[in-house]
Design a protein around this ligand. Structure first.
Ligand code: T5A
Length: 208
């Protein structure tokens, strides 16, 4: 196979997505495969401004539906201005979170209607799904511990959520993976980093 691939990384806070995203990009570079690393919410100047809105803890409450709409607004910009053009040029796109994050966080975590999320997904990317989704799975306390150990500043709106919220998000992700085993690879993110990287390398090799 040749041409672009769309690889997404998912998991709760502190699962290691950013770390693995950089590893994946380095793997592509070593193989001489054109690739780019990007993230959601964000990835374009305007979408990064939406990211600020959804992450900052302000005085005004952001309802779960408003949060969902903002995620898809950022995603539409990201797809149009970065993801689709890169795939069309034959690049691999390594994306730190995508629509599965909305399904897990807004759907399973916040209780937003799954049908609304699927309607928005069908409107924003009717013809595009990741070729492979690497779900970095680990116990919630371990992920939150890692995320909090790393951060110097105050927690963002999501990091300030309860353990019960992240348990629902984790369970939501695992259910998505169970329903779509062709697309998802569930990786034990509690394992030493070298072991996780080895699994990621195998998954990328299989796509190349
Ligand atoms: N969001 C996003 C939604 O609610 N809906 C959506 O649709 C979308 C797209 C921002 C937030 O937005 C929400 C979810 C998020 O709350 P984000 O920036 O991706 O999303 O935020 P985080 O998940 O908070 O990102 P983190 O940086 O906290 O987690 P990572 O990237 O998973 O973890 P990483 O790589 O930074 O690693 C954390 C620490 O662990 C170490 C690393 O060195 C680092 O110190 N580490 C390991 N240590 C030991 N063993 C391993 N295997 C390790 N892997 C990493």
């Amino acid at each position: 196979m040749s041409g672009g691939r769309f690889v997404t990384l998912e998991g709760i806070e502190g699962a290691g997505k950013s770390t693995i995203a950089k590893f994946a990009l380095a793997w592509l570079t070593r193989r001489g495969i054109p690739g780019r690393l990007t993230r959601e919410p964000g990835g374009t100047p305007l979408a990064e401004r939406v990211r600020q809105i959804v992450l900052e803890r302000g005085a005004e409450t952001l309802s779960p539906v408003a949060e969902t709409l903002l995620m898809f607004a950022a995603r539409e910009l990201h797809l149009k201005n970065v993801i689709r053009p890169a795939l069309e040029r034959g690049e691999w796109v390594i994306c730190d979170r995508f629509t599965d994050a909305t399904r897990a966080y807004q759907g399973s975590g916040r209780g937003v209607d799954a049908q609304l999320i699927e309607t928005l997904a069908a409107a924003v990317h009717p013809d595009l799904a990741p070729d492979c989704t690497l779900l970095l799975d680990l116990p919630v306390p371990l992920g939150l511990g890692r995320a909090r150990a790393r951060e110097a500043g105050a927690a963002d709106r999501f990091e300030a959520e309860t353990v019960a919220f992240f348990e629902r998000v984790r369970a939501g992700y695992l259910e998505l993976a169970r329903r779509d085993p062709q697309r998802f690879q569930v990786l034990d993110a509690a394992a030493p980093l070298a072991a996780v990287e080895e699994r990621v390398e195998r998954a990328l090799e299989a796509l190349a």
